[in-house]
Design a protein around this ligand. Structure first.
Ligand code: TYD
Length: 191
């Protein structure tokens, strides 16, 4: 599983990893376990509202995201089991806990209870990128904008999770090829 703040490179590297594993003899599938934030934000903007929190309220947004992510993770696990592939997950349960902590939302205990049946990933990579660099990448991607202050809070929230000590922290601020090599090396060393 790959995690990290927006712009850390999760999607790019998870897609690469699924291809790399498949071409080297370990059939893998890529899954994006989104929380539906972009879709709900788009609806909110259409309605002339600021964002999903404005549309649903704080608790409503947390519940919607938590349930949306439950469905995407359950689907990913089911598909991986049925197809007997390794699942390369782009985000997972931890992302929901971190985003809720970063925003100061209530209900992490409920989210944890809902996600309790999901297995712990064999390995969780935390792609560490300074907030300024992550914000620059998000801006260059051109879909939306992220405030570096928010990204720094999100990074701190990840680091405050009880599971964080078990994550493999990868410096993802360098060139993509270097990060990919670091991931590969880590997997070779632990498999
Ligand atoms: C992996 C990586 C991505 N990028 C670019 C590609 C994307 O346009 C942007 C964000 O990457 P992306 O993989 O979309 O990040 P995330 O899924 O974590 O939000 O950054 C870099 O500039 N350098 C890198 O090392």
């Amino acid at each position: 599983m790959l995690t990290g703040v927006d712009g850390a490179g999760k999607t790019t590297l998870a897609r690469w990893l699924a291809d790399e594993l498949t071409t080297t003899g370990t059939p893998a599938l890529y899954f994006k376990n989104a929380a539906g934030r972009r879709i709900v934000n788009r609806v909110a903007h259409r309605l002339g509202l600021r964002d999903s929190g404005h549309l649903l309220g704080r608790d409503g947004r947390a519940v919607t995201e938590t349930v949306f992510r439950w469905v995407t993770i359950a689907r990913a696990i089911l598909l991986a089991v049925v197809t007997r592939r390794v699942a390369v997950m782009d985000r997972y349960t931890y992302c929901q806990y971190a985003v809720m902590r970063a925003r100061g939302d209530r209900g992490e205990r409920i989210a944890r209870a809902l996600y309790a049946a999901f297995p712990r990933p064999d390995i969780t990579f935390y792609l560490a990128v300074p907030a300024d660099e992550a914000a620059r990448r998000v801006e260059a991607r051109g879909r939306d904008l992220e405030d570096p202050v928010h990204l720094a809070a999100y990074d701190s929230a990840y680091r405050s999770l009880p599971e964080f000590d078990g994550f493999a922290v990868i410096d993802a601020s360098g060139p993509q090829q270097e990060v990919a090599t670091a991931l590969r090396k880590h997997l070779n060393g632990t498999s």
